[in-house]
Design a protein around this ligand. Structure first.
Ligand SMILES: Nc1ncnc2c1ncn2[C@@H]1O[C@H](COP(=O)(O)OP(=O)(O)OP(=O)(O)O)[C@@H](O)[C@H]1O
Ligand SMILES: O=P(O)(O)OC[C@@]1(O)O[C@H](CO)[C@@H](O)[C@@H]1O
Length: 304
């Protein structure tokens, strides 16, 4: 079974304003309220791909109830720790370009964090845990390390989608997958990546530091998968980008869901890319049908 962990879920309040003017009243053309947070997005796509999963993390208040009900209506299984604070609301403002304003997130108390660690301690070696997204400030920057330690005790494999020090510290624990985009990869090493060869050189370093598979997404410019001594490249399908929120999460879901269902590495890569693009071409996250449709447009070749 796959478990996703979203420490800091959100309602994503998607607001479309045609001609945004700061310092005055603007009226919305359209708005949309969606359950958000990276692990939750992974869970929604996994369910659409038929991959059994449970969404874990913290939810509280009226915003938390909205998310739980929405997920349950989509038949996403949930087992969140209920907290006393209100789950945050993140604003996704579409005004020709996309501007995001993400909340800090509620305070998580010691009993609440202990309850999540306890849930994870019941997993086993058959399970995969996807750890995604920001950590609420009250949990402290090292909280992912505590979750990884529990995964290691149970034998569950883990995927981590975070940035900076937290990602680097996770590598020695041999994550099944990490998925930086090329900008995050450059930031991790404090370098400028001038060419595809540079991207591969630094991607390989993440493998050397412990990651089992490294996916490097480059938005509309394709993606690399680095595994063992092989590097594969995928093109991305063409289409009209409507929304980039959750494209990376969809890619992770497509990859991990395929592996968990017994698919091979290249099929996982293909499904990952198709899932990311299918979300980029949709208002909400991708549907299973759209992902299937796009898979045929993803060509994978061995790069080196
Ligand atoms: N312009 C695009 N055209 C086609 N596919 C895209 C485009 N942008 C994103 N995607 C798809 O989504 C995947 C992930 O995109 P990206 O590299 O932007 O990751 P990310 O930065 O983690 O995404 P997010 O916007 O969710 O943070 C890509 O590999 C690709 O499959
Ligand atoms: O603040 P974080 O946890 O870094 O990111 C949260 C978030 O921006 O990521 C998801 C898209 O990947 C959205 O659903 C959500 O609003």
């Amino acid at each position: 079974m796959i478990y996703t962990v979203t420490l800091n879920p959100s309602i994503d309040y998607v607001v479309e304003v045609q001609d945004l003017k700061l310092g005055t009243l603007n009226r919305m053309e359209r708005d949309l309220k969606l359950p958000g947070g990276k692990g939750i997005n992974v869970s929604r796509i996994l369910s659409r791909l038929g991959a059994e999963n449970t969404a874990l993390g913290f939810l509280g208040g009226f915003t938390g109830s909205f998310i739980e009900q929405f997920l349950n209506k989509e038949s996403v299984r949930t087992d969140f720790v209920q907290i006393s604070g209100d789950t945050r609301i993140n604003i996704k403002l579409k005004h020709g370009e996309e501007t995001e304003i993400n909340g800090l997130g509620p305070k998580i108390g010691p009993d609440e964090s202990a309850a999540l660690l306890h849930k994870l301690s019941t997993l086993n070696g058959e399970d995969i845990v996807v750890l995604s997204g920001s950590v609420p400030p009250s949990l402290g920057a090292g909280f992912y390390e505590r979750l990884i330690a529990v995964c290691e005790q149970t034998g569950a494999r883990f995927v981590i989608d975070t940035t900076g020090e937290a990602l680097l510290r996770a590598l020695e624990h041999r994550p099944l997958l990490i998925k930086p985009n090329h900008h995050e990869l450059a930031e991790l090493f404090g370098v400028t990546l001038e060419s595809k060869e540079d991207i591969i050189t630094y991607g390989r370093k993440l493998l050397e530091k412990g990651a089992q598979h490294v996916l490097i997404s480059m938005a509309g410019e394709g993606a690399f998968l680095i595994a063992g001594d092989k590097v594969y490249h995928a093109n991305v399908p063409s289409g009209t980008v409507r929304n980039s929120v959750g494209a990376g999460d969809s890619m992770i879901a497509g990859f991990v869901g395929t592996l968990a269902q017994g698919g091979d590495l290249l099929e996982a890569f293909r499904t990952g890319v198709a899932s990311g693009s299918a979300t980029a071409f949709s208002d909400d996250l991708a549907t299973g049908e759209k992902i299937e449709q796009l898979k045929g447009q993803v060509a994978i070749s061995q790069w080196s």
